[in-house]
Design a protein around this ligand. Structure first.
Ligand SMILES: Cc1cc2nc3c(=O)[nH]c(=O)nc-3n(C[C@H](O)[C@H](O)[C@H](O)COP(=O)(O)O)c2cc1C
Length: 306
């Protein structure tokens, strides 16, 4: 998730309870082959110790998908377990440019992108697509089209682009998606996504729809232990939460060294500084910090007071 699942937050989640697979933020291939490469590549760079990571890429030019897929397969950005193509992002600007979820309406380009990426990967890494149920309306012809591309994995966020995240995820669509998969491309793994808030729910949905996996997105905002069978988060004390935020901010400073704005940390304050006496006021104060140093100073002061 953009500005969320950077290597810092993935490290924090790892310390809490890791999922089987992580996905990077979506990274633009057209930017990666331009002057912006050095800044952008930091979103893909990761330590050798991080072994269960999939690179998610997006863009417009198939040649750039080919080039970046080749580099990923050759470990230019560290070792990855696979490459995922974002064909689901609903962002207005992205869609206006014809990328991500706009590809639902441009299947010729979607096909070229998939083929170019596959060629770049040279069979060294598996290829997946993450998408939505359709653009304006539920459109199984899009899912059929993707299954005909014989992907290794298809991840479906069970909403259309128009629905953004405003309606409940339409999990019943996985009945049809699963049938289409069995008919068109039995070797493509199907992963469901949308509104899963805990491990138990993920297991139930996998079981109910007989799919291969589940992806959790915003669930991490409510519980950094969301991938564990039994999360201790509800009984976490104010001190434990502040300690976790402190670890996050220190790691953020060390990793990004001011190359990312510190206000990105605000959404993490919302995760950690919650559900204890005075949390609302403290959270607001922390989120008003003008730098990561100021934020750290305030966190340390609070910890000293406990
Ligand atoms: C802040 C934010 C950033 C996101 N960035 C990405 C992204 O980079 N790539 C992607 O595939 N989905 C991204 N998503 C969508 C989520 O991965 C997920 O599909 C969506 O939130 C629905 O799943 P959920 O209900 O589990 O969150 C993002 C969502 C949010 C809220």
């Amino acid at each position: 998730m953009d500005d969320v699942t950077d290597r810092v937050f993935r490290d924090i989640i790892n310390k809490c309870y890791p999922p089987n697979l992580y996905f990077t933020e979506f990274v633009n291939v057209d930017g990666l082959v331009s002057k912006g490469r050095e800044t952008l590549r930091k979103k893909l760079d990761h330590p050798k110790t991080e072994k269960n990571l999939v690179a998610q890429i997006w863009g417009l030019n198939p040649l750039n998908f080919y080039q970046i897929a080749k580099e990923i397969a050759d470990n230019e950005f560290g070792k990855f377990l696979g490459v995922d193509l974002n064909m689901g992002c609903p962002d207005k600007v992205v869609v206006k440019n014809g990328a991500c979820s706009a590809l639902i309406n441009n299947r010729e380009l979607a096909k070229d992108i998939i083929e170019a990426t596959r060629k770049g990967l040279k069979g060294k890494l598996p290829l997946s697509v993450k998408t939505r149920l359709g653009f304006n309306k539920l459109d199984y012809s899009w899912i059929e089209f993707l299954l005909n591309q014989k992907l290794d994995m298809l991840i479906v966020h069970a909403r259309t682009r128009t629905e953004m995240s405003k309606v409940p995820a339409r999990w019943d669509s996985f009945k049809t998606i699963k049938e289409l998969r069995d008919k068109i491309s039995p070797n493509t793994l199907i992963v469901g996504n949308g509104d899963i808030l805990n491990y138990q729910k993920a297991l139930e949905l996998i079981e109910e729809y007989k799919i291969d996996g589940a992806m959790i997105g915003r669930g991490v905002f409510q519980d950094p232990f969301v991938f564990s069978k039994k999360s201790p988060w509800e009984s976490y004390t104010k001190k434990q939460k502040l300690d976790l935020l402190k670890t996050h901010v220190e790691l953020f400073k060390k990793t990004w060294n001011d190359s990312r704005p510190s206000n990105i940390l605000n959404k993490f304050c919302k995760i950690y500084i919650n559900n204890f006496d005075g949390s609302k006021q403290l959270r607001e104060d922390l989120m008003n910090s003008k730098s990561s140093d100021e934020l750290l100073f305030k966190i340390n002061k609070q910890i000293d007071l406990i």
